[in-house]
Design a protein around this ligand. Structure first.
Ligand code: BDR
Ligand code: CA
Length: 312
């Protein structure tokens, strides 16, 4: 008999690569998304919720609550997101009018608190700025030990940052929140640019993904066009980095072969290196930093999506 799927809460700023990550998790029989919180990052938190609801609806998933979280960072107003990377709507200009399903009336922090009470050991996958998770630590410190591992796409260690020479977007857009999250007493796995930037999805991979068939692969294929265009300017060809999908893949398969270091991560909060992540190595540290992942995330993503019979 196969084990029950592991419950997962996803906190995200649904953008193109967040959408790929959500779809990957929906296709993995070993995990079950039990709730989603959204945060401003690639787009405003409210738009990220619309994008998430559209994806879930296309997948025929109507029972996963999606709650809007923080609009502004801890120490500053939301600056408008990354329309040049993900499109004005976060999904490459493909968003339709909002569907009938509305966001959950709870905020993302309350939803996470309610869900961890129902699912002790609930794992978290954080794919956007860490504003909601830091608020969770502030408001519900007693629930921090009840969570399972928190996997975060974020940080840049030896790799150059992507919003400044030092800062990766999910950390740099809310540095103060990242500092709170790195200080909390929980098990963290960080998937930084060092691991994600070498993992690329080519245009041919995108076509194979679309050819999986069904409404979700079709929607992903069409939003990928805008994202691939952006990456043409980064890599010189139409191939995009698989940031959030790689974190989803590693959460779903903790046995994946990785080069990783343990210790304690902190974030530099002041000066020109603001937003830079630094690891103090320690063999028994509760933070795991993934430096590299063996194999092709694009293959895993396309092969993973093909496991599910998507709705037409
Ligand atoms: C991260 O920032 C966002 O643009 C992506 O969705 C990803 O989570 C990469 O730095
Ligand atoms: Ca993201």
């Amino acid at each position: 008999m196969s084990a029950a799927p592991r419950p997962v809460f996803v906190d995200c700023d649904t953008g193109v690569d967040d959408a790929l990550a959500l779809a990957y998790l929906l296709s993995d029989p070993g995990v079950r998304i039990v709730g989603v919180g959204t945060v401003s990052g690639n787009v405003a938190a409210a738009q990220a919720a619309e994008n998430t609801l559209a994806l879930l609806t296309a997948a025929g998933v109507h029972d996963v609550p999606v709650a809007i979280g923080a609009h502004d960072a801890r120490a500053g107003a939301f600056a408008g997101g990354a329309p040049h990377v993900h499109g004005h709507d976060g999904v490459g200009g493909t968003a339709g009018t909002p569907g009938e399903r509305r966001p959950d009336p709870r905020d993302a922090v309350t939803l996470l608190a309610d869900l961890v009470a129902q699912h002790p050991g609930l794992e978290v996958l954080a794919l956007g700025p860490l504003t909601n998770l830091a608020a969770f630590v502030d408001v519900h410190p007693e629930l921090v030990p009840a969570l399972g591992r928190v996997t975060i796409m974020g940080g840049a260690f030896a790799h150059r940052g992507n919003i400044t020479p030092f800062a990766e977007a999910n950390i740099g857009h809310d540095v103060e929140a990242a500092a709170v999250v790195f200080s909390a007493d929980w098990e963290l796995a960080l998937v930084p640019l060092d691991a994600t930037m070498p993992q690329r999805l080519t245009e041919a991979d995108a076509d194979r993904l679309g050819a999986v068939g069904g409404a979700v692969p079709r929607a992903l294929r069409s939003m990928l066009d805008f994202y691939l265009d952006f990456y043409l300017g980064v890599y010189g060809d139409r191939a995009c980095a698989l940031h959030d999908p790689l974190a989803a893949i590693l959460l779903a398969d903790p046995a994946a072969e990785v080069a990783a270091r343990r210790g304690r991560v902190r974030v530099i909060e002041a000066g020109e290196e603001r937003g830079r992540t630094v690891l103090a190595p320690a063999a028994n540290g509760r933070h795991l930093v993934v430096d590299a992942v063996a194999g092709s995330a694009a293959e895993r993503l396309v092969g993973g999506l093909a496991r599910r019979a998507w709705r037409a």
